[in-house]
Design a protein around this ligand. Sequence first.
Ligand SMILES: [Zn+2]
Length: 88
Amino acid sequence: MKEKLVSSLLEGKRMEAYAEHRTVDMNCCHLCESITYKKIPGKEIGEKWFCIDCLKKLKEILDTLDQWEEELAIGSKMKEQMDESLGI
Ligand SMILES: [Zn+2]
C-alpha cells in the first residue's frame, strides 16, 4: 500500500517535470507570433525569441540594407532639390 503511494507520488513528480520541460521547449516568435516547439529552430535575441523563418527575412533585409540606405539618401536628396527649386 505504501509502495503504491510512493510510486504514484513519483509519477506525479514526473508529470510535473515533464510539463515544465515542455514549457521550456515552447517558444513564441515575437515577429510572426507563431508558437513553436523545439523542433522548429530559432534564436533568442536579447530576451525575445525569433523563428528561423523570421530570421531569414531579417537577414534578407540586412543584406540589402546598404542599397536601402542609398535609396533613402537619393530620396531625401531629391526632396531637398525639389524644395529648393520651389523656393521653400
Ligand atoms: Zn517568426
